[in-house]
Ligand binder design. Structure first.
Ligand SMILES: NC(=O)c1ccc[n+]([C@@H]2O[C@H](COP(=O)([O-])OP(=O)(O)OC[C@H]3O[C@@H](n4cnc5c(N)ncnc54)[C@H](O)[C@@H]3O)[C@@H](O)[C@H]2O)c1
Ligand SMILES: [Zn+2]
Length: 389
């Protein structure tokens, strides 16, 4: 519950100084573990002030999970309604946020309605954003169904949409009223999405040697190993929570979670938010940042090679196609302008340590991109060299 204090120092001349402070503490339950979806009614029950619920999902997840979720909610003492939005990053848009706001109005939603985001990072981000602005903020819970959302997007209260060609330009900090993470929901997730989610796990793993070692030793087969994925989800959540506990509004420590994201957002914007999955762009971003760090002698070649190999073990490419080099840098300069001229780029120093640097030049970016390209070409050359008499 927010607590407020205010002080007014009246001055006889009429120039009054007003001091107002609002203290707010958000606490919410996070239920996790294989099979935990069955505990959804308990979670909803805990948010006792709500008398109706709107479950929002996308049109990929709806046929897989929506009826299961609404069946679980038959014990909920209030009306349950649903809204389905199109799947994909393009739904993190003003148009879809507007469609959701209209949907809430036509469903007669009031302040005591709970929104339930059932889906990947896109659904969590756009539902959280809508919850933050509707009636100046209504509660929502996240039931993340993609790996990316389970270990990252559903937790931390960052909500938003892409706007004017820029990633997450419009948004708000609005913490969920609860989160339920069931790794069993990942069984239907395509392999490409698993790898995309793992990019964010590598990002936190670079800050946590134990998680990094787990990821280095991961074996990705055609069938998902739910036990090892559940362990990755749990460890990554704990790592993120440690940073959030110290810095809920991204003033300091939490900024390390932006590792690889300047380049990732630039790549996504340069390709119209459609060619790359978010995690695929993050993987290339981490690779470029790491290579720049090695070139600045901030990290060793051994650390760089470990990070690049770990990304590849997770099924991620680390090279930026030549056709995107110039456009991506264009977008980086736009991001720099938005950040008041400072890039605040996170660079790995070792597994367990990163630093934040203000600036980066086009030259060092271009050199890093070329280094990664040459590295990718090397095994191919060896194969070609090996052919013949
Ligand atoms: N708010 C944050 O802190 C935060 C953190 C990380 C990422 N993000 C955002 O999250 C978004 C990416 O999230 P994402 O990768 O989950 O994308 P997404 O929401 O588009 O989901 C990926 C795809 O998987 C499908 N899907 C989801 N769950 C499924 C399931 N169980 N079975 C089958 N298909 C399923 C979706 O329909 C979609 O097609 C980006 O916009 C990114 O910026 C936000
Ligand atoms: Zn991300």
């Amino acid at each position: 519950m927010p607590q407020g204090t205010g002080r007014i120092d009246w001055s006889p001349e009429g120039n009054h100084t007003l001091a107002v402070s609002v203290l707010r503490r958000d606490t919410y339950p996070l239920i996790t573990g294989r099979g935990s979806l069955s505990r959804l009614p308990d979670l909803v029950q805990q948010i006792s002030e709500c008398d109706s619920l709107v479950a929002i999902t996308d049109d990929n997840v709806a046929p897989i999970l929506l009826s299961r979720v609404t069946e679980l909610l038959t014990t909920f003492n209030g009306r349950v309604q649903t809204i389905v939005i199109p799947a994909g990053e393009r739904s993190k848009s003003w148009a879809v946020a507007d469609q959701l706001l209209t949907g809430l109005c036509t469903r007669n939603v009031k302040r005591r309605t709970l929104l339930l985001a059932l889906g990947g990072g896109v659904v969590c981000d756009v539902v959280g954003f809508v919850a933050s602005v509707f009636m100046r903020g209504i509660p929502y819970i996240n039931v993340p169904t993609s790996l990316m959302a389970q270990l990252d997007a559903a937790i931390g209260g960052k909500t938003g949409i892409d706007y004017d060609g820029a990633k997450n330009l419009v948004g708000a900090f609005h913490h969920p009223a609860g989160v339920l993470v069931d790794p069993e929901l990942l069984v239907t997730l395509p392999n490409r999405e698993i790898s995309s989610g793992l990019a964010e796990a590598v990002k936190v793993g670079i800050l946590n040697p134990q998680l990094f070692a787990r990821l280095e030793n991961l074996t990705l087969g055609p069938k998902l190993d739910l036990d090892s994925m559940a362990a990755v989800v749990e460890e990554a959540i704990v790592c993120k929570l440690v940073l959030l506990r110290e810095d809920p509004f991204e003033q300091s420590l939490r900024r390390f979670l932006n590792l690889g994201h300047t380049f990732a957002h630039a790549i996504e914007a340069a390709t119209g938010f459609s060619a790359y999955r978010h995690g695929e762009a993050v993987a290339i971003g981490i690779a470029i940042a790491t290579t720049i760090s090695r070139d600045r002698e901030l990290c060793s070649t051994k650390t760089m090679n470990r990070i690049l190999a770990c990304l590849e073990t997770c099924g991620l490419s680390v090279t930026l196609p030549t056709s995107l080099v110039a456009e991506t840098w264009e977008r980086v300069t736009v991001i720099r302008r938005v950040r008041n001229g400072k890039l605040n780029e996170v660079l790995p120093v070792s597994i367990g340590e990163c630093v934040i640097v203000d600036e980066m030049s086009y030259e060092e970016y271009a050199i890093a991109v070329r280094t990664l390209e040459r590295r990718a070409a090397r095994p191919l050359c060896r194969e070609v060299e090996g052919v013949g008499p």
